[in-house]
Design a binder for this molecule. Structure first.
Ligand code: NDP
Length: 314
């Protein structure tokens, strides 16, 4: 124990060195204990594997996983897209908001700015490749980079059986989900390749795993997104660009409220092994985790927060 006459002086030097593939850290800690006119000097020298992180680095990563990142979230004017934008910002990312609806997009921009992060909106239809791509490029220039792309914009399958899905409905659904995801990704990839870093997070669906008995066009489009995810994970790996998908189970948003009665919702939520619907924010947790440096070694995966629904069937 130190008594009250003992004073403490402390010096700390910490450096990391790369030797071939291994990064090691070295720290020098010098402690001087003073008592009256005499002093004792104690020096400790540590060498550690810095790739497995010191405790304080690890805490920093957990606290603020997306500091200095720029994210683009498609369809973030409302629904889960807005929740993703908000959580990305609260973890430190600047956010490029996108939607067709200007008012909704601007509201999300304000939500992000209120969290102290930079935000701007792109107003565009994801199906209009020329317009959307050129606006993405303008924003990339303005923000300096895009590190994270969340391909979230989507429309529901509207509980349509095969006979009720005409060409117009089919094309609009495929264009929004598959064409939108494909060409938004195509716009951000050159910049990510230049920086040897990027996170593509595609929003798939539980229906890509188990199909749907009344939205086969939607299930097919989401299955295509799972296929793109695995292919892009392979294609972009040499540039350290990770591509993963989040496949939500049933989430209460405008999309699902519109096509389900209260009775249907109650019955479905009771049947969930975990006893309730997954919330939008619980999808955003997965999105933000995949967007973080904690997932630098995860690619080509589809993770599905779905309240356990997929285990028992839906
Ligand atoms: P919402 O309907 O609440 O929101 C969808 C968002 O996408 C809106 O902001 C909408 O913009 C935007 N959007 C739709 N079409 C376009 C387009 N052509 N161009 C630009 N923006 C567009 O949906 P959710 O939040 O429920 O769904 C988000 C994603 O999650 C979708 O990909 C969906 O398929 C997927 N998903 C949803 C599930 C659920 O249970 N809710 C389950 C599994 C997956 P606007 O306001 O202008 O229409």
């Amino acid at each position: 124990m130190l008594d009250s006459n003992i004073r403490l002086g402390c010096f700390f030097i910490n450096k990391t060195f790369s030797i071939t593939q291994i990064t090691i850290g070295a720290a020098l800690v010098t402690v001087i204990l003073y008592k009256g006119n005499s002093s004792v000097l104690v020096t400790l020298f540590f060498v550690y594997d810095s790739q497995t992180c010191t405790k304080c680095d690890r805490e920093k990563i957990m606290e603020n996983t997306l500091e200095d990142m720029v994210a683009l979230v498609t369809g973030s004017g409302r629904g889960m897209g807005r929740t993703h934008a908000e959580l990305l910002a609260s973890r430190g990312a600047d956010v490029i908001v996108h939607d067709m609806d200007k008012k909704n997009a601007n509201e999300t921009v304000e939500v992000v700015r209120a969290l102290g992060r930079k935000a701007e909106a792109i107003i565009s239809d994801v199906c209009d490749v020329k317009d959307f791509s050129s606006k993405i490029k303008q924003m990339e220039y303005k923000f300096g980079k895009i590190d994270i792309l969340v391909n979230n914009a989507g429309i529901g399958g509207n509980k349509l059986v095969l006979e009720d899905i005409d060409e117009l409905v089919y094309d609009r659904l495929f264009d929004t989900h598959v064409r939108g995801t494909f060409f938004a990704t195509r716009s951000v990839i050159p910049g990510m390749k230049e920086r040897n870093y990027g996170k593509i997070i595609n929003i798939s669906s539980i229906y890509a795993m188990g199909g749907s008995n009344f939205a086969s066009h939607y299930a097919a489009a989401k299955s295509a997104i799972s296929g793109l995810t695995k292919s892009w994970a392979r294609e972009f790996a040499p540039w350290k660009i990770c591509c993963n998908a989040v496949a939500p189970g049933f989430i209460l948003t405008d999309m699902t409220r519109g096509s389900n009665t209260i009775e249907m919702l109650e019955a479905r939520s009771k049947a969930m092994p975990l006893g309730r619907f997954t919330k939008s924010i619980e999808i955003s947790y997965s999105v933000c985790w995949l967007a973080s440096r904690e997932c630098d070694m995860i690619t080509g995966q589809v993770i599905s927060p779905n309240s356990g629904e997929v285990i028992v069937g839906y």
